[in-house]
Design a protein around this ligand. Structure first.
Ligand SMILES: Cc1cc2nc3c(=O)[nH]c(=O)nc-3n(C[C@H](O)[C@H](O)[C@H](O)COP(=O)(O)O)c2cc1C
Length: 194
């Protein structure tokens, strides 16, 4: 992570982004969050369907969300350990940005395109957050599939939760920040004509 006052190049932000495990308690200012959401909406999307929806939870709203999911899981007879883990999840970071794909799409092809667009929007948000000196983590798992999550967030039955983005300032000093980028394997590229 870097000093937010020193703008990062796109390349620096791409390489610096890592999934954070811990966050400081401080909530980033609303105007910063608005910039991140604007960054998300600059993603490419075929047919300009603008299929993204955002729900931003902070403060007590995170605990309310966790409690709502935990109650649904307990009602369904899930093990107490899993119930408590889910209850605590939204509290991992000071802000939880939920990014959803609006549905239903006109057909299967548009549905795929819309999913790709929302995933791209999510990456835009992560990179913009990194450039602002913020830590992020994209998460999905069972919590993204729960109908009770969609209902709490005001999403429809045809909407899909593409990302829970845990977001905040990095915790502690540099030693507690995510490790340096892993080395990448040489990509498989079939070069033709150059
Ligand atoms: C679609 C998607 C879903 C993810 N879901 C989870 C998740 O549920 N839990 C988790 O710990 N990480 C999740 N991640 C984060 C990846 O595990 C992480 O990006 C990967 O370990 C590489 O680490 P890096 O982000 O630091 O480069 C998800 C990432 C993507 C793109």
């Amino acid at each position: 992570m870097t000093d937010a006052s020193a703008p990062m190049s796109a390349w620096d932000a791409l390489r610096a982004r890592r999934s954070a495990k811990t966050f400081a308690d401080r909530i980033p200012p609303r105007e910063v969050l608005e910039r991140l959401i604007e960054a998300a909406t600059w993603a490419p999307n075929h047919r300009l369907t603008e299929p993204w929806r955002f729900v931003v939870l902070a403060g007590d709203e995170r605990a309310r969300f966790g409690a709502h999911l935990a109650a649904a899981m307990a009602e369904a007879g899930e093990p107490a350990k899993a119930v408590e883990k889910t209850r605590a999840k939204p509290l991992r970071s000071p802000v939880l940005v939920v990014i959803a794909q609006r549905g239903p799409a006109a057909n299967a092809e548009v549905e795929r395109e819309d999913y790709a667009a929302v995933a791209t929007a999510t990456q835009n948000l992560l990179i913009a957050a990194t450039a602002e000196g913020l830590a992020t983590k994209w998460s999905t798992g069972g919590m993204a599939e729960m109908p009770e999550a969609r209902a709490f967030l005001g999403l429809g039955g045809h909407d899909r939760i593409v990302a829970y983005v845990y977001l905040g300032y990095p915790a502690g000093d540099a030693s507690s920040w995510p490790e340096a980028p892993p080395t990448r394997k040489p990509p498989e590229v079939d070069w033709r004509g150059l």
